[in-house]
Design a protein around this ligand. Structure first.
Ligand code: G3I
Length: 329
């Protein structure tokens, strides 16, 4: 048993990328540190079914084989998302045909992965970015425009039928911070859960992505209440994509890591205050490879430091704190 693995506590996981898999020190880090490993992109619609009826599971299978060979559990992301869809799906105008394409995709992919994934992000980022300005609770996507809000229950029904043992998850970002916009987004998430339940459709958990802005305040009480409200509905919680976005934190690595420790600590206070999370997953494991650098780089030219290990694979202090708290859970 690796020294850092948590045998009894809350499982720790991280998202892995197949394009870096040849970097053995990267791969070994996942083998050593994680209880759960998930393919970051390899199960997204466009990668699995780039052309209609042509499925490519090679990248995902390689990663899932790695999980199996190393005794790790895994989870899947995602079926319904506004991004990373193949052109052929977005070109389908007819709702009946689009529904059939979605259900076929879910059945085929869920069936292929059956027994290897503990849960699926059935829908990802379906809540409006700014509900008040965006004119409704749901994000304006081609799924919504062509199928209406029922694209959410359609996906949950198809996925839970295709893999009855995997947990069905609503995955979402920006549920962690203080302010009216975040209150609205938490309320919308709860209402989606209730609507599915009222229709007799299985939803097992809400996934908090937890892309944490180091300059933004976590609403510890509201987050704990959100977890408790889900618990009262019989729905679990998990952290699916934790990392720290530091472009607004001045200073060098020490200041950045201190700010990261604060925001991660506050986040864990809120998360653990609501109900016991099923797992906590980071979106990558080392700063060597991260999406934040591409999308929200620092203005001062320093590399950003979003993940538990730095680019030289040295652990940050906040990672030790995180693992200690999970081990107690
Ligand atoms: O691997 C190819 C490479 O061969 C090619 O040369 C290059 C040129 O564009 O693209 C590379 O693929 C990129 C892939 O990431 C791997 O790095 C894709 O273009 C790029 O679109 C893809 O971005 C991913 C993004 O989701 C879109 O699917 C990011 O890695 C991934 O971190 C990001 O993850 C999302 C979550 O799914 C949802 N929550 C937010 C999170 C961050 O945006």
């Amino acid at each position: 048993m690796p020294a850092t693995a948590a045998p009894k506590g809350i499982p720790f996981g991280a998202a892995i990328q197949s394009e870096h898999f040849e970097d053995t020190s990267y791969r070994d880090l996942f083998a050593r540190e994680c209880d759960l490993v998930l393919p970051m992109n390899e199960l997204k619609f466009a990668l699995v079914q780039p052309e209609r009826g042509q499925f490519d599971f090679s990248r995902a299978d390689r990663l899932l084989d790695f999980c199996r060979d190393n005794g790790k559990t895994a989870r899947g992301t995602t079926f319904v998302w506004y991004s990373t869809n193949p052109a052929w799906v977005e070109a389908i105008e007819d709702p009946v045909e689009l529904e059939r394409a979605l259900v076929d995709h879910i059945e085929r992919v869920a069936d292929h992965c059956k027994g290897r994934l503990t849960s699926w992000d059935v829908v990802n980022e379906v809540i409006a970015h700014e509900p008040e300005e965006n004119g409704g609770p749901l994000r304006d996507t081609f799924w919504l425009r062509r199928l209406g809000p029922r694209h959410i229950p359609i996906a949950f029904v198809a996925a839970s039928r295709a893999d009855p043992k995997a947990k069905m998850v609503l995955n979402e970002y920006d549920l962690e911070f203080r302010g009216p916009r975040f209150d609205q987004r938490r309320a919308i998430a709860l209402s989606i859960v209730r609507q599915l339940q009222d229709a007799g459709i299985r939803i097992d958990a809400a996934g908090l992505q937890a892309h944490l802005y180091a300059h933004q305040e976590i609403d510890v009480e509201a987050l704990a209440r959100f977890g408790a409200d889900l618990k009262a509905l019989g729905v679990g919680i998990l952290t699916t994509e934790l990392d720290v976005i530091d472009f607004q934190v001045p200073g060098g690595p020490e200041e950045i890591d201190r700010a990261a420790a604060k925001v991660v600590g506050d986040y864990l206070d809120g998360l653990l205050g609501g109900q016991r999370p099923e797992t906590v997953i980071t979106w990558g494991l080392t700063d060597r490879y991260n999406w934040v650098e591409d999308v929200m780089p620092r203005g001062d030219g320093q590399p950003c430091r979003p993940l538990p290990f730095d680019a030289d694979l040295r652990p940050k202090a906040w990672y030790g704190d995180l693992r200690r708290r999970l081990a107690q859970g």
